[in-house]
Write a protein that binds this ligand. Structure first.
Ligand SMILES: [Mg+2]
Length: 471
């Protein structure tokens, strides 16, 4: 057959957001769990146990409240920065299995497996599944076929039959399986098309596969006929390995408890800024425009509403966390008004461009700039290896729980770890720049200054030790 060389696998993470929450909370494994959309509105991820209780995808929370209470369903609010981090790890793992890969969504990717022999495909699928689970802790389902639409169908079967991996390539019973897939579950068939197909007696993927091309072309659009062709095994939707780079990068979050102090907002903005800076560095991009926004809750009765945002154009494009945090905090200070209970804050990087059209900073010392680039690389590398925020900058705040004494101890332990890691990979001169930046900051309150003094002493001792024993 002409297209038999085409072998595509769709890898889809099972109940992705729930699986991410379970990584950090093993007590909810095998329990019904639901993740709600922003502002806790609708169900956007369910564990199989929650599905079995009849909780539907997209349902508003108030409709499922009764089931939740009666069955002790665990509820979580979305944490997109966590999901994004884990998604990147999953995708990086998948990339090892195929250089030709299309990241389709936060929890799905198409892999080109044309180089794998037919008889080895299933085994290969199980290997991919096992590796992703071992390296990231996320369970997946894999569907394999000769077209993207069929691989989606194979994945659907893998999920419903809980087999983990389904391969439709050269499968004799393919029609039998396609007849089990309802037309609305076929990839690319939306609500309107579903209605139209059902009124014309097309109820399953198998029915659509058997429709005459002429009829589909005449009665639907180009997308409709593409889907039907793909179900017949004729590839019409190609793999798109080169993802479009983002033009903007927004990181924001609602506070669990409303905040009033500038220091607390500064911590959040710093953390968001570091997160966004890491994202654009991963994509080898730089930013020209930064926007910071803050707002109170629009639904809070007896409270005045306040919302403000401000943007600035940077004189020189950059992806340097330290410069970006400084600028973002200056914007925040200019829009912050005392006396309000803030519910949400966020940052947007816009006018993003590739690093290779990076305008060199003519006024910066060459050495200093190179050191900064090395420093950012070291931070990103450490954070990838040891988890987000293993290495951060002082304004971002460290652990938020516990007593202040506990916090201080945690900060100390974390700083010692930071220095240990940095001493292994960076020169003393870079460390000094880092410290100059951190401790020149005006964000620290008086209380924090005594802690900083202690940390400065530790750093001096460690820097001296480093100078005596250069690596
Ligand atoms: Mg999924």
């Amino acid at each position: 057959m002409l297209y038999s060389k085409n072998k595509i696998a769709l890898v889809d993470c099972n109940s992705f957001y729930v699986s991410c929450e379970r990584l950090f909370n093993p007590s909810i494994i095998r329990k019904p769990v639901v993740v709600l959309s922003s502002n806790d509105g609708c169900v956007i991820s369910r564990s199989s146990e929650a599905k079995a209780l009849g909780i539907k995808m997209g349902e508003p929370y108030f409709k499922v409240r009764k089931i939740v209470k009666e069955n002790d369903v665990k509820i979580f609010s979305t944490n997109f920065s966590l999901y994004g981090d884990i998604s990147r790890r999953v995708m990086k793992t998948l990339k090892q299995f195929s250089p030709q890969m299309e990241v389709y969504s936060i929890d799905e990717a198409f892999l080109d497996l044309s180089s794998v022999k037919n008889e080895k495909l299933l085994e290969h699928g199980y290997k991919i599944r096992e590796t992703v689970l071992k390296w990231t802790g996320i369970p997946t389902s894999i569907g394999m076929a000769t077209t993207k639409t069929l691989s989606k169908a194979a994945n659907y079967i893998a999920k419903t039959e809980k087999s983990g991996v389904v391969n439709l390539i050269n499968l004799k019973q393919i029609d039998e399986l396609l007849s089990k897939i309802k037309i609305n579950d076929v990839w690319g068939v939306g609500k309107q098309l579903t209605k139209f197909y059902i009124t014309n007696g097309i109820n399953t993927a198998y029915d659509l596969k058997n429709m005459h091309n002429g009829w589909i072309k005449k009665n639907t659009n180009v997308f409709g006929s593409r889907t039907a062709m793909e179900l017949k095994g004729i590839p019409c939707v190609s793999l798109e390995p080169h993802e479009e780079k983002r033009k903007n990068c927004c990181v924001s979050r609602s506070f669990g408890k409303k905040v009033t102090r500038l220091e607390e907002l500064s911590e959040a903005i710093t953390a968001h800024c570091l997160n966004a800076a890491e994202k654009i560095r991963t994509d080898k991009q730089t930013v020209k425009k930064i926007t910071v926004f803050i707002r109170t809750s629009p639904f809070q009765k007896n409270q005045n509403y306040y919302s403000n945002s401000k943007s600035i154009d940077l004189p020189i494009r950059t992806n340097d966390s330290i410069i970006l945090v400084k600028k973002a905090l200056a914007i925040l200070e200019s829009i912050y008004v005392k006396g309000y209970k803030y519910q949400k804050t966020g940052i947007v990087f816009s006018d993003l461009k590739d690093v290779d059209i990076y305008n060199k900073n003519l006024f910066a010392e060459v050495n200093n700039e190179e050191k900064r680039i090395k420093l950012m690389k070291a931070i990103d590398h450490t954070n990838f290896k040891y988890g987000r925020n293993a290495l951060s900058i002082a304004q971002a705040g460290l652990k938020k729980n516990g007593t202040s004494k506990g916090n201080m101890l945690l900060k100390l332990i974390q700083l010692v770890l930071i220095f240990y890691l940095l001493l292994r990979s960076l020169k003393t001169s870079i460390l000094l720049i880092l410290f100059k930046e951190f401790f020149n900051s005006e964000v620290f309150s008086r209380k924090e200054i005594s802690k900083i003094k202690m940390l400065k002493i530790i750093s001096k001792i460690m820097i001296r030790a480093k100078d005596k024993n250069p690596i």
